[in-house]
Design a protein around this ligand. Structure first.
Ligand code: C5P
Ligand code: C5P
Ligand code: ZN
Length: 480
């Protein structure tokens, strides 16, 4: 069984001791976290661990930990700050602006390799843990909170730690790995979650089956994902009724035989559309039920919970997302349900726009480039790029580099790859960092998914550097 590496445990203890001492002296904790599902969960875990013991804590989410964000924070002269789900890729900027601030970083992105002295830069990769697959920002926050408060005190937070991992698609091979497995074991032992093998459809708990198929984009089911009519037709051809006794049929209502028939047909459908068998088969895999949440609500299923958080955070309502993480189930929760619906509709519109505007995607050699301009919101361009890559609508399997206009006048870049490409040497985080430095931007991330922010007008130059770097990576099988 996976265990927390000794060195990590030791570093977490030192950071937790420092934090307790600071709080005991009357200090107020400040948590700054990323605005997506993993970031919201990570921030909520640390916030919850601190406040449940009666200490004060201010938690805030930001789109990305950019130079100007850190500069603004520094202007407030905080005595201490905890960064969750980012920070290790920005250590130079943190050191530059926050010289007099004590900093704890809990992160799982690839760390920037520069010489800085930050006391508590606690990053999965520094302990030999694969931060793209084995632990999320929420997982790092969970192990910190567990060290700070003790396992018994925070047992229910294991559910949020897994929501974060699912939000970052760490379950997309169909199984959880590494320290994520340890979190699952602890959550199961405490009765807060249950993991079982099932069809990994979106909305298992809440959606009519044909909607669950339409809404599933991870894995992407070409021809069905995003299309209600195709999903209805598909079920009808399989002789699986949409309604029984006037009630919509849900995944849970299927007989064993129907479920088997559906599984086989879904896998065949994907393989017909050139989806590699390993990915097609990941339609069956581990799904997580959150046992403390009410049945037939989106929060009962980790995947839907994560999408709900993305819906809040990525549409600038992170306060609502944080509140839901912290247990609010009243008015704010009701508003989050509306955001979930709008977010899904928006993603589907964006994907539809791309299928109608395939000429916006250019083959640039080792990569595809998508120039979305103002057509797609900068906050979801990454999600949409992932859908395009996995939908197999492009001729070849290559990384996709997507550009969208950002609200601050610059350009947001999102890059997405897949496991096959990473196994061949792709490291998007390194490529984003390399190319963004050459155009005076900021970038980084994971091997499989990364991003950047660059000045407007420098897209082509940036793309040229990215393409060269990625070509090199794929030629050298990972040594670059
Ligand atoms: O900043 P953060 O680590 O939270 O975001 C990770 C991003 O990487 C998510 O947007 C997630 O969807 C993406 N990802 C992906 N494919 C994977 C793993 C992560 O697109 N296999
Ligand atoms: O924004 P997007 O979902 O495309 O980001 C993909 C990954 O790249 C995330 O893990 C994000 O935190 C990271 N990223 C980064 N630096 C940036 C932009 C994104 O590390 N400037
Ligand atoms: Zn994350």
């Amino acid at each position: 069984m996976e265990a927390v590496p000794e060195k990590l445990e030791h570093d977490l203890e030192e950071a937790a001791d420092f934090l307790r001492d600071y709080l005991e002296r009357g200090g107020v904790a400040r948590v700054i976290t990323h605005h997506d599902a993993d970031g919201l969960s990570a921030g909520a875990i640390v916030h919850s661990a601190i406040t449940r013991e009666g200490y004060p804590c201010h938690t805030r989410c930001v789109k990305q930990l950019e130079d100007k964000v850190i500069a603004e924070l520094a202007a407030e002269k905080p005595e201490m700050v905890i960064f969750t789900d980012f920070g290790s890729g920005q250590v130079d900027l943190i050191q530059k602006h926050l010289k007099d601030t004590r900093v704890i970083i809990l992160d799982h992105h690839q760390p920037k390799e520069v010489d800085v002295e930050i006391e508590f830069n606690i990053n999965a990769h520094n302990y030999g843990i694969d931060g793209a697959r084995e632990i999320s920002g929420s997982g790092m926050a969970y192990f910190f909170a567990r060290t700070f408060s003790g396992e018994a005190a925070i047992k229910e937070l294991s559910a949020l730690a897994i929501v974060g991992a699912v939000g970052d698609l760490q379950d997309n091979s169909g199984a959880f790995h590494g320290l994520n497995r340890l979190i699952i074991k602890e959550g199961e032992r405490e009765g807060v979650l249950r993991v079982e093998k099932d069809l990994r459809l979106f909305g298992r708990q809440t959606r009519p089956l044909y909607k669950a198929i339409e809404y599933t984009t991870e894995p992407f089911i070409p021809g069905l994902s995003g299309s209600e009519s195709a999903s209805l037709q598909f079920l009808s051809e399989l002789d699986i009724p949409v309604k029984r006794n006037d009630r919509f049929v849900m995944l849970a209502d299927l007989t064993q035989e129907e479920r088997q028939r559906l599984t086989t047909a879904l896998i065949l459908k994907m393989i017909e559309h050139r989806v590699p068998p390993r990915i097609a088969e990941s339609i069956v895999g581990e799904v997580v039920t959150l046992l403390k949440e009410e049945k037939r609500t989106p929060l009962r299923d980790a995947k839907e919970f994560a999408t709900l958080l993305n819906a809040c955070g990525k549409h600038e309502h992170y306060g609502i997302g944080l509140a839901v993480c912290l247990g609010e189930r009243g008015e704010l929760y009701r508003r989050s349900l509306g955001m979930l619906r709008e977010h899904r509709e928006y993603l589907s519109t964006c994907y539809g726009w791309i299928t109608q505007n395939l000429d916006r995607i250019r083959d640039e050699g080792a990569v595809y480039a998508l120039h979305a301009g103002e057509e797609i919101d900068e906050n979801v361009i990454g999600t949409v790029a992932g859908m395009v890559l996995n939908s197999r609508i492009l001729g070849e399997v290559k990384p996709i580099i997507a550009f969208a206009d950002a609200e601050d006048g610059e350009v947001k870049v999102s890059a997405r790859g897949n496991r096959e490409l990473v196994d061949s040497g792709l490291n998007l985080g390194k490529a984003m960092l390399y190319a963004s430095e050459l155009v005076k931007g900021e970038g980084g991330g994971h091997d499989i998914a990364a991003g950047a922010k660059i000045p407007k007008g420098r897209e082509e130059e940036f793309l040229k550097h990215v393409e060269e770097k990625i070509r090199e990576q794929l030629e050298h099988g990972g040594s670059e």
